[in-house]
Structures are given as C-alpha cells and as structure tokens.
Design a binder for this molecule. Structure first.
Ligand code: PLP
Length: 412
C-alpha cells in the first residue's frame, strides 16, 4: 500500500489480496490448513521453523500458508490493515486483547526481567502481571500513569518493558507517551501502549516513540460488540519475529471469521470514532451542568487535568477525528445507592461492562470492573462508590441524555 493514502482509505483498501475468484469484498478463508502442489513445496514451506532456527530466516508469511495457527489470509489481512493504520510495518492478530498482552510478555521477557506499568490498567492486565507472570519470575512495579517522575524512579537495571494504557479506564487520565518513551529509550527498555480507548484514528503510539501497540479488537475495532480478538503492531523486525515465533508456537490464534468482522469494522472506524467523540462531548457537557452530578471525568472538558496534553496529542489526528474519545465517567451526588439508582432507571442504555460499542453502555466500576481490588486500592485509583462510567454509543444524543436524566432527576 503506497504511503500517501489517507487513513480513511488505508482502512478500506489495505490488507486485501483478491483471490482468483475476483471477489470485491474480502473473502473468509475458513480453513485450518493449506494444500501443497507437491512434496517439494510442502518441505520448502515447512522449512522455516522460526522458533528453532534463526528467526530472521523465517519467511513463512510471504513464503506461503501452511496452517492457520501460523498464518491465515483473512487473519493476516486484518493484522496488516491495522498495522498500516498504526503506521507500523508488522501486525499480528490474536484470539483476544489479553492474548495479545500475554503473547507480548511471553515473546519479549524472561525470568529475572522487570516491568514498569501504569497502575490504572485494565483489570485482567493487572492480574496477568501480578498473578501469572510473577510466578514465572517477572516482577512488575506499578506507577501513576500521569507522573513521569514515578516512571523514571521505578527503572531498574533489569527493566525490559514499560507498559501503559492511555486514556485510562474509567477516569480517562492521559499519559504523555513521548515522555515515557524517552524514559524507556534511555533505559534500553521497550515501551508498549494499549491503544484500546483511542484507536489509531485518534492516537498512533509508534509515532510518539512506543515500540509496540497493543489492541483489543473486541472494543472499538469491531465496534458492534460481536467478536473477541486482539492484535499487536510494531515497526521493529526483531520484535515482530520474536512475537510471531511465540504466538505460532503457543497458539492464541484469531479465528478467520472474527478477523473478517474486525477488518470490516476498521473500514468504518474513523466515522464511528468521530460520532462516539461528538456524543461523548455533548454528554459530558450536559452532565457537567447537572445539579445531581458532582464531577465529570472527560478529557474534552477544560476542567480535566490533562486537557491540554490531550489536545496536543490529538492534534496530528484532527483530519481524521476531532475529539477526546467515547468514554465519560461521572460522580453523582450521594454514594453507591444513588449511582445504582441512576443505572437502574435507564431503559435504553445497556447495563454491561463492555465498551466501544454502537450501543451506549453504563457501568458501576466499584462493584463490577474494579470490584476485585480492595477498597484501599480502589480509593488510591480514585474509583469512588458514586462513580458511573458511560461508553457513549451512536444512538441519538438526545435519547442517551433523556435516559440518564430519568435517574438523575430522582437524586435530591
Ligand atoms: C477489554 C480490554 C482489554 C482486554 O481485551 P479482551 O479482548 O477482552 O481480551 C485490554 N485492554 C483494555 C484497555 C481493554 O479495555
């Protein structure tokens, strides 16, 4: 795909190799294996086992498909389309966002290595660090996402990876990606950024100095809440080789059908993200003036502590999408009971922990997504009992607001 195409074009045209059937829309290659013309070709294509041989000699992607745990045209088409949008040369698709994160850690780290990660991570990501990889001798230090000094101070001689998610969930705090990337570079460590909330339409971490972008495709990339999947993108051949070797051996491969859904999702990502942003901003502004709302967390509001940084990091993407994302969190007057009252009064919004969907979703973080951490940890993370998170969908904004108004009107 030539470089000059705009992202909207890349999202629609990149990553599709038309088959001999001359199909217009991408085909789904629902096949576990691929056949060879003869024994010689089979031997040749089986030749490059990147896990045992020098990884640089492995050519199985361009050499031809063997087995869908390794490569599959539909899956690779999605990975290439996403990589092109992120401005990276290499993409790898995985069975889920967590499979991408665990594949990243398995592929790049070994016992005795140290990770610095933002404390405000997705719950399962925290568990992967503290429960799974800790058992294999990888230690993690958690730091405040927005405090660059804490990142610097946490670096050790054996620090190999810095890991962050921005904006954070649910309070939408924003990291200065370039600053953390500079700290990683100085420490000869990699920086991985989970780009779930902004997607490449709003934020390209590789351009800001990150080495790897991590994706859950389950959220905005699909955008309609249909499939679970994930991906990794990098510009570094060595990182790609190590990740590919690990993924093909350990096997968290994406199903071709799900990959096809995500490829089609990417085609409409920029228009969807723009509308998610527009609805979220209108919702945040409305909530901010509501007497039953004590505080609103949204990077698009001037009151947000990283509003300027959010604007600055979003600036290069203004031609694709103007805004601050689709997630809005707010505190109602009162406590858990009042928060639940607002949630239970909704008739349109979906009470579910999922986000990044065309359907607006509403969640009480303290008793769902953040219920398994202790009350003290919740307090430190700023997750109060009166906090509600909304993922603004694509319904008409007036209907979303009316649905929330029903519950908020009952709070004194
Ligand atoms: C959902 C999510 C994940 C995990 O993705 P799955 O596809 O559910 O495995 C990782 N990071 C963030 C920020 C998420 O929102």
């Amino acid at each position: 795909m030539p470089k000059p195409y705009h992202p909207q074009t890349v999202a629609i045209r990149c990553g599709h190799r038309r088959s001999a059937e001359r199909e217009h829309s991408e085909a789904i290659f629902a096949t576990s294996s691929f056949v060879f013309d003869n024994a010689e070709q089979a031997a040749e294509l089986f030749g490059g086992d990147s896990f045992n041989d020098d990884a640089a000699n492995d050519d199985s992607v361009s050499g031809g498909n063997v087995y869908s745990r390794f490569t599959n045209p539909t899956v690779d088409g999605f990975a290439q389309r996403l990589a092109a949008l992120e401005g990276g040369r290499f993409g790898l698709a995985t069975a889920s966002g967590m499979a991408a994160i665990c594949g990243l850690l398995l592929g790049l780290l070994k016992a005795g290595d140290h990770v610095v990660a933002s404390a405000e991570l997705f719950g399962s990501t925290v568990s992967a660090f503290t429960k799974v990889f800790k058992r294999f001798g990888v230690d993690t230090t958690f730091v405040k996402l927005t405090d660059t000094q804490q990142w610097q101070d946490a670096i050790q001689a054996n620090t190999r990876l810095l890991f962050l998610e921005t904006p954070s969930n649910p309070l939408c705090e924003i990291a200065d990606i370039s600053e953390v990337a500079a700290i990683a570079k100085k420490a000869s460590a990699w920086l991985a950024v989970d780009n779930a909330f902004y997607t490449p339409i709003m934020q390209r971490p590789l351009q800001l100095g990150a080495d790897i972008v991590v994706h859950t495709a389950t959220k905005y990339l699909d955008g309609q809440g249909r499939c679970v999947g994930g991906a990794l993108v990098t510009d570094d051949r060595k990182i790609y080789d190590d990740l590919f070797a690990m993924l093909r051996t350990t096997g968290p491969c994406l199903s071709p059908f799900n990959a096809w859904v995500f490829s089609k999702g990417l085609e409409t990502l920029s228009v969807r993200m723009q509308q998610h942003c527009d609805n979220a901003l209108q919702l945040a502004n409305w909530l901010a003036q509501h007497p039953a709302v004590e505080k609103v967390y949204y990077p698009g509001l001037a009151s947000h502590p990283q509003h300027q940084l959010a604007k600055q990091q979003a600036a290069p993407h203004q031609h694709q999408c103007q805004g601050f994302g689709g997630i809005v969190a707010f505190e109602v007057a009162g406590g858990r009971q009042q928060a639940w009252q607002v949630i239970n009064a909704t008739a349109l919004l979906s009470i579910t922990a999922n986000l990044g969907d065309v359907k607006t979703t509403i969640t009480h973080p303290a008793t769902t997504t953040h219920a398994r951490i202790s009350a003290a940890e919740r307090a430190r993370a700023g997750i109060r009992d009166n906090l509600i998170r909304v993922s603004a969908g694509l319904e008409h904004i007036d209907d979303i607001i009316a649905d929330l108004q029903a519950g908020l009107a009952t709070i004194g």
